[in-house]
Design a binder for this molecule. Structure first.
Ligand code: PLP
Length: 356
């Protein structure tokens, strides 16, 4: 058995994988694979509508927000949101908390000016800045709620008089959120939702009414809203598997129950990192992510040996992002606490082996 702590792939519960495999062979007994059906069928319309309904219910999305399923990953949102909302002569405010927030800034710069309101670059992004001002003249304020590579997470956000746009790619559905605090939320599917290929956007309708820019059709949120996310061929399979996965999340108690489990899993691992004499955590303890845990060894010479030791116990996906080094352990929703127990035991065994 493998314990998959990888950061990029979606970890799916076994029941969801079984249901998806059945649908690949024969979707709902109609004699066609889910991979073969047209999106312009009542069967797929039922899928997209149920998926939207589950997102609305699980995140408690208010009625004046639209739920869109787009393509191109969260990375496409970096430019698309600026194309729609960074209007001529305006500046957008960005919080710089690491790799993905910097990518978002770089793309926004193709369309207008950016005001970096605060940055944690001075400490390799291992903390989240506080105490900054968001200019009232900004077109919007953008931040990333969970920094997948650095292992920091924001559990509250600053008051803002301008629209708030948040990249929640790696912590959406991991805990309850107040959608009304945001004007646009986006997330690539492939962490807590489903397979890569679908990007969730939850957007306040009146933000869309303020768009004055000329936007090409495939980048225009209004066109996708007006066409129920089917302006062009949608990623049918990704949306279907996300629906199965969200059904699973709802059945187990939704994001409130999921948060309890995510706190238990991350507490278990951070406690061991702090106790174990070989390892140390990278993120400032007050900003530690529950989704992506980053740590290193006091003796970097032991890291390759530990990776090998762990892989012999079925532990995969713990190597840190190449530019960060060390380890990055992802604890997405479908990862059971039993896998974290295996990892903790492995760290303890490795410590014992090296102390003897
Ligand atoms: N934002 C965050 C926080 C991410 O973790 C990632 C990918 O891991 C991205 C954006 C980019 O997402 P995608 O690969 O879907 O473009």
């Amino acid at each position: 058995m493998k314990h998959n702590f990888g950061a990029g792939p979606c970890i799916l519960p076994a029941i969801v994988l079984d249901q998806a495999a059945d649908a690949v062979r024969d979707f709902n007994g109609i004699g066609l694979s889910i991979l073969e059906i047209s999106h312009r069928t009542p069967e797929f319309e039922a899928v997209i509508n149920e998926t939207q309904g589950l997102v609305r219910e699980l995140l408690n999305v208010p009625a004046d927000y639209s739920i869109l399923f787009l393509q191109g990953g969260a990375s496409t949102q970096f430019s698309m949101l600026a194309m729609n909302f960074l209007h001529q002569g305006k500046k957008a405010a960005y919080l710089d908390t690491g790799f993905f927030s910097l990518k978002a800034i770089k793309e926004a710069l193709f369309f207008g000016e950016v005001d970096i309101v605060a940055s944690s670059k001075d400490k390799n992004y291992y903390y989240v800045p506080v105490g900054y001002q968001i200019p009232a003249t900004a077109a919007y304020f953008h931040y990333c709620s969970n920094n997948t590579i650095e292992g920091t997470e924001m559990f509250s956000h600053p008051a803002s008089s301008v629209p708030v746009i948040c990249d929640m790619s790696s912590d959406i559905f991991s805990r309850p959120i107040q959608v009304a605090d945001f004007d646009l939320i986006y997330a690539g599917a492939q962490k807590n939702m489903g397979p890569a290929g679908m990007t969730l956007v939850v957007v306040k309708n009146n933000l869309l009414e303020k768009i004055t820019a000329e936007v090409a059709s495939m980048s225009d949120y209004r066109i996708f809203r007006d066409n129920n996310s089917m302006f062009n061929t949608p990623p049918v399979f990704s949306i279907y598997v996300a629906m199965l996965n969200l059904r699973w999340l709802k059945e187990k108690g939704g994001v409130t129950q999921q948060e309890v489990e995510n706190i238990a899993k991350s507490d278990l691992l951070y406690t061991e990192i702090d106790r174990n004499t070989l390892f140390y955590g990278l993120a400032d303890p007050k900003d530690r992510s529950r989704m992506n845990v980053t740590f290193k060894m006091h003796d970097p010479g032991l890291e390759a040996e530990f990776l090998d030791f762990a892989s012999q116990k079925g532990i995969v996906g713990i190597k840190g992002y190449p530019s960060a080094g060390g380890f990055r352990v992802s604890l997405y929703n479908a990862l059971p606490i039993s896998s974290v127990e295996v990892l903790v035991k492995c760290m303890q065994d490795f410590e014992a082996k090296n102390l003897n």
